[in-house]
Design a protein around this ligand. Sequence first.
Ligand SMILES: [Zn+2]
Length: 269
Amino acid sequence: MYLIFDVYVFVLGAVVGSFLNATVYRVKEKKDFIFARSECVKCHHKLSPLDLVPVLSYIFLRGKCRYCKEKISPLYLIFELISGVVFLLYFIFLNVNVSIKYPIFFYINIIFYLIFICIFLYIGLYDFLYYEISDKVVLYSSILVIIYFLISLYLGYINLDLIFNHIVIAIILSAIFLFIILITKGSGMGGGDMKLVFLMGLLLGYPAVLYVLFFAFLTGSLFGIILILNKSKKLNSSIPFAPFLSSSTILYIIFSVYVLNFVSYIFLR
Ligand SMILES: [Zn+2]
């Protein structure tokens, strides 16, 4: 029973990952991102449904286009697998007890954070591929957070202080990032990171967003050091930072309860 549910959730994640992947490509190519049919990046042959099964198509076609035999980037497969695993972890750590009847707000929460996992998967992939974060995605996502807060406020789950906390930390963090960008003349971080950090502050609030930023800097610099040691990057060449910000945010959403327990165990004893 549980295994079937896990498989279902993983497949759902992989399908969403496949959709996000196609959306990133279509937005970049300025194509209709809902109704356009997927095509091979190389030969532009329209893909049949059989070519579009997440994970399995890639494996059965041995990573090549069925029509022109061009190699398909393993990134598609990797991203679909990551999305599947992220969905799976999210539902495992939610620890929903099917025999309990939760209030409707509980389900609103689950869907809201799942949407944000998808948004951060999208932002991370887009920045990883094109070194760019869309203003529109950040703007609409911020509006979504505000709507969610207003609903939560109306239902009495949060108070105005909490909304104030989230807005203030979002503004402070993006101001700090702007300052860093100005003094490093954009060689460290870009304007996209500033927008992203605003969204993260708005969504996560203080102090959670600081834990996430710390983790993102930690993993980002570790990754940078590894690349430099492998001589695949020079010291002054830049690595996109948004994938680290996004993945840290996603991990926080999945493990938030554990992160907060851990922090209070370490610092508040
Ligand atoms: Zn092709």
